[in-house]
Design a protein around this ligand. Structure first.
Ligand code: T5A
Length: 207
């Protein structure tokens, strides 16, 4: 049985997941918790290679099925070599994106069947699910604008606005389906306000 806790950060492009990851890590460490910070796709050498393939704008056209399978292949490595060992040690895992992103991007964005994603989720994860998910939500255009100022667009970020609207809707649907686990954080506010909401959500979880 895992002894640590598994927290995931989710949301569309540029909503502030990476920015707030360090903030949450510091907050947990102040509470004497050992934190492993990681991300998806990625987190192990092989999974990081798969991430490069997935994000590369200049790769051959990747079919929707190949994309879905690459994401779950990376996840299988990540779970086996990073997430499960950390949780077994009693560390907490803070992960930038996980399977809710697959429901949002491949399910919502690419229209892949939810039942297919669920089948792969069960195969790859067994009983492993996040204990807490912080879903950063902001209007699509605002997130893309923020992402644009940070770096050049990758293969996903180069999609049409309608794709990201579908992603956002699918994320919010996940939050409706799992209100106990998924806490929606309004991410269109100034950073300090976002962080005070985060402290409230994590403080409640800690208690
Ligand atoms: N993917 C992933 C799938 O399709 N399926 C899956 O199952 C998984 C796991 C990964 C891509 O892979 C896809 C989805 C993704 O497209 P990624 O790098 O993890 O890519 O995700 P991105 O969303 O591209 O990451 P970003 O770095 O763009 O977004 P973040 O992390 O949400 O945003 P962040 O923190 O870098 O902030 C962006 C900018 O905004 C500023 C920051 O300073 C930064 O400059 N900012 C704010 N400015 C004002 N006010 C605030 N409150 C701000 N918060 C942040």
């Amino acid at each position: 049985m895992p002894k640590g806790k598994f927290i995931t950060l989710e949301g569309g492009e540029g909503v502030g997941k990476t920015t707030n990851l360090a903030f949450i890590k510091d907050y947990l460490e102040q509470h004497k918790i050992t934190v492993v910070v990681t991300r998806e796709p990625g987190g192990t050498p092989l999974a990081e290679k798969l991430r490069q393939l997935l994000l590369d704008k200049n790769s051959e056209a990747i079919s929707d099925k190949a994309e879905l399978l690459l994401i779950f292949a990376a996840r299988a490595q990540h779970i086996k070599h990073v997430i499960e060992p950390a949780l077994a040690r009693g560390d907490w895992v803070l992960c930038d994106r996980f399977t809710d992103a697959t429901y949002a991007y491949q399910g919502g964005g690419r229209n892949m069947r939810v039942s297919t994603i669920t089948w792969l989720e069960n195969l790859v994860q067994g009983n492993l699910k996040p204990d807490l998910t912080l879903l950063f939500d902001a209007p699509v255009e605002l997130g893309l604008e923020r992402a644009r100022t940070r770096s050049a667009f990758d293969r996903f970020e180069s999609e049409k606005i309608s794709f990201f609207e579908q992603v956002r809707r699918a994320y919010l649907l996940q939050a409706e389906l799992y209100p106990e686990r998924i806490k929606v954080i309004k991410a269109n506010l100034p950073l300090l306000e976002v962080q005070s909401t985060l402290i409230h959500a994590i403080g409640t979880f800690l208690r």
